[in-house]
Write a protein of this length. Sequence first.
Length: 136
Amino acid sequence: MNRLVIGVFRLAKDGGWEGEIRSLLMNLKVRLAPNDDRSNDNAPAFHVMTGQVRIGEAWEGRWGAQRSHVFYRVSLDDPFLPGPLSAALFPREEGDAAQLVWTRPKEGGSDDRSGPMITSSSDLRNREESDVGGPG
């Protein structure tokens, strides 16, 4: 399985996280702002923001012996992505920094919700045209 660190984050003063997501197609300053309206157990712990725009959510998870290590399941979405992008934010033991890790889903597996990979703007145009029944 191919795992890539696509972001580095520092603990913010408000209890959230601030950092950057970088890849071939993304270069964003992002913050995970604490969700002050957690009205149920399934509510996200953080809203993922770039500027004033919410681009995703992050839910708390646990791993390790006795589930003692905290991580955050992050879901990012944008109309120009073929589907939501899933990643995980892993804080360091010291708790002051974290890495955002993306793992490529297995092709054809239950995690593959994104369809064919878009590698160029012409791929995106072709995908949009076929989605709306246009030429192509």
